[in-house]
Design a protein around this ligand. Structure first.
Ligand code: DAH
Length: 333
């Protein structure tokens, strides 16, 4: 009566032992324990048994089921353990995302390295300034339009967030002796925010003070920068302008790289405006404690963002996106 049941049980367990294939183990479960499986087939004879035999057979039947189930569970958990152990340390790991230098930092590094190659010293001066360094000492009297309350951020104690890096000119003159070759790159602040302006931006300010300097030294320096930064074929030109701290003053233009200075739909006149420059005003030399009879100086101050965009051809529809912290935006550069 029990022989056939025992045979089925032994058969099932021998198939399970050493088997590590999930699908085939599932097949075995169906074959033996499924609704029409071997064990249920064996159980059919129960109706023909006596009461005592039924008790004995029932127990053996339950034991056979439990034994097969136990063997299946064990085989499956063994398989899982093996799976977890199969770790191959030679497989290359998943690299964490690597950041890159911000667009503006890249520009600052490049500008800085071009000027330091010709003997300029990189400087950084305070972003919060007194009125004197920001305006007065730069020959900008109290009624000068650049002091317009609409443009300047005033902070407590009569201080301002420096609206330009030109304030560094005075600090440089007062802290070192000529000859001076400074490139001051830093943050500047103005109360403006629209498609082409951001309230915090960057400028680089050059200041050179020495004996016998003339406009041709200024032009030569700017030309050197333009050729290194924008490319050999680019030309520089000066246009008369008016800044209080330089005399004469100029706006500096660079030839358009699309048409080479002839005029096209990108530049209109063939030239693009870079920023301001000039020969340092005697009043500024005096304010900086420099002997204005012996020394002359030239200076220039340009926006980093503007200059960089001109070079890279990156056209941001809205300059404010440059302050974005969105990694999808930043990772493009
Ligand atoms: N400080 C001026 C500005 O922010 C730019 C400038 C013009 C700087 C002429 C100079 C200069 O050094 O010589 O608009």
């Amino acid at each position: 009566m029990l022989d056939s049941l025992h045979r089925a049980r032994t058969e099932a367990i021998s198939k399970i032992l050493g088997n590590s294939d999930k699908n085939s183990l599932e097949q075995i479960r169906i074959e033996y324990l499924g609704r029409n499986g071997r064990i249920n087939q064996e159980a059919k004879i129960i109706t023909s048994l006596t009461k005592d035999e039924k008790v004995e057979f029932g127990r053996a039947l339950n034991e056979a089921k439990r034994a097969i189930e136990g063997a299946l569970d064990e085989a499956l958990s063994e398989r899982e353990a093996v799976e977890q152990q199969s770790f191959d340390p030679t497989i290359p790991g998943i690299l964490p995302p690597v950041g890159s230098t911000h667009l503006i930092s890249q520009a600052i590094e490049e500008i800085s390295s071009i000027f330091t190659q010709i003997g300029f010293t990189r400087r950084r001066y305070p972003e919060i300034e007194t009125d004197w360094y920001a305006f007065e000492g730069l020959n900008m009297p109290k009624d000068h339009p650049a002091r317009d309350e609409q443009e300047t951020f005033f902070v407590e104690g009569g201080l301002v967030l420096t609206p330009h890096t030109s304030s560094g000119q005075l600090r440089e003159m007062l802290s070192s002796k000529p000859p001076i070759r400074m490139i001051n790159i830093g943050k500047t602040y103005r109360r403006q925010s629209d498609l082409t302006h951001i309230p915090m931006f960057h400028q680089f300010e050059g200041l050179v003070i020495d004996e016998g300097l003339s406009i041709s030294n200024l032009l030569g320096t700017l030309d050197y920068f333009a050729k290194n930064f924008f490319g050999e074929k680019r030309e520089i030109r000066l246009r008369p302008y008016n800044f209080r701290f330089t005399e004469p003053s100029f706006e500096v233009d660079i030839s358009c790289d699309v048409c080479g200075g002839v005029g096209c739909k990108f530049c209109k006149q063939g030239w693009l405006e870079l920023g301001g420059a000039g020969m340092v005003h005697p009043n500024v030399l005096k304010a900086g404690g420099v002997d204005h009879k012996k020394y002359r100086g030239f200076a220039f101050g340009w926006g980093v963002e503007r200059t960089y965009m001109m070079k890279s051809g990156i056209k941001l529809g809205d300059i404010r996106t440059i302050l974005s912290t969105d990694i999808r935006h930043l990772s493009q550069f």
